[in-house]
Design a protein around this ligand. Sequence first.
Ligand code: HEM
Length: 451
Amino acid sequence: MRAPRALRPPGPRALPVLGSLVDYTRDPLGFLDACVRDHGDVVGFELLGTPNFFLQRPEHIEHVLVTRNRNYIKEPFQRELLGGRLLGKGLATSEGEAWLRQRRLMQPAFHRQRIAGYGQVMAGFARQQLEAWRDGEIRDVNADMMRLTLGIAVKTLFGLELHGAEESAGPSLARIMDHFSQMQAFLFPEWLPTPENLRFRAAVQRLDTFVFSVIQQRRAAGGGAEDLLSLLLEARDEDGQRLSDPEVRDEVMTLLIAGHETTSLALTFCLHLLAHHPEAEAALHQELDTVLAGRPPGMEDLAALPFTEAVVKEALRLYPPAWTLGREALEDDEIGGWHIPRGAVVSANPWTVHRDARLYEEPLAFRPQRWRDGLEQRLPRFAWFPFGGGPRLCIGVSFAMMETRLVLATLAQRFRFESVPGEETVALLASISLRPKSGVRVRLRARGPSA
Ligand code: HEM
């Protein structure tokens, strides 16, 4: 075997000690774009003394997430910052045997047949949203989608309606997500009593109180319910062990945090893109009107709505809510001929891979129809990976694809979305997720009764 090149692959110039920290945190997406544009497929740089590598080639990403996945664990930020007080030892932040045990325990709750039962809940919440919308009004659809997906999450997780949960869960979740949009979250350890850390801790505490009270009520009421919490409470591992309350809490918190905002963002970006691409929106309407002939969409219609699915896929390509996936190398490795030292962080970035002109024609254009002629089969496996891949593939992928398609079909059947002057582009904030900096406003136009 050829010896790997000893030198670090090309990368941006950096400051001593800090490395590229300032450039990366000031404008993460700009930094990623510049790295790939200027330095190629494996980019090397340092962050606070830790060697970092960006991987742009799908086969290199497959190496990390699939082929040699045992050599790569979640990078320290996810393990320590997210995995600390907030998610504890839940599915997304645990490793090794503990992770495998949890994944096996939870997987059945996410099987296609199981989650099919949530289709009605999802479509029902989307119909409620329609009732709140008026022809001609300008709405922040980001705020609407956050509320809508929170309602769906709370109902499918806990079997609760949003009204009661909204006061405790909604604002606390928003506060927690905002915390990770701030530089402080990365600079100051969680135990330091800065005003921001105290506000964050108080929000986690409020959410904890809510989650524990629901767990206790459900244990007291006994089994029989159909929601995810009941499945978690009833699940037993191979040794017949049940999850303890703190373990259930960590899983519930993980599902709330991992599942609600990501899905809301996917929908928000769909609506933003449709508002700016009337020809794609017209094709979507044509599909919805032909297939549904005016009746509300349900689970059983999804297979007949390929363009609706293509809109969601294309939105996830251009605006992947999980814009970067980081791993830490447990042992030395070699990728693309370059030496990857133990302890290095390697990142696979859907943001740059999904916009690579070698993989996608006109990569920056919103063209849902590109997904209609078998593109996915022709692309390498990790050319489109908004849900990650390998053993740590998003457990909620079917849930999310079902929810986004059902909600989008329900909303677009009854409303058109128009761009609002001054809102042509959406300013992005690449934080724990890729989200709009200050909402997404579109004008709503009711579609005729025939729709
Ligand atoms: C459009 C919506 C969603 C996107 C883009 C998304 C994206 C992702 C990605 C990229 C990962 C892998 C992260 C990594 O490898 O570092 C992941 C993991 C995960 N997601 Fe999702 N997700 C979505 C919706 C959901 C939903 C609806 C749920 C639950 C109801 C969920 C629960 C999880 C969990 C628990 C993990 C950790 C799985 C493990 O490590 O075994 N996600 N998600």
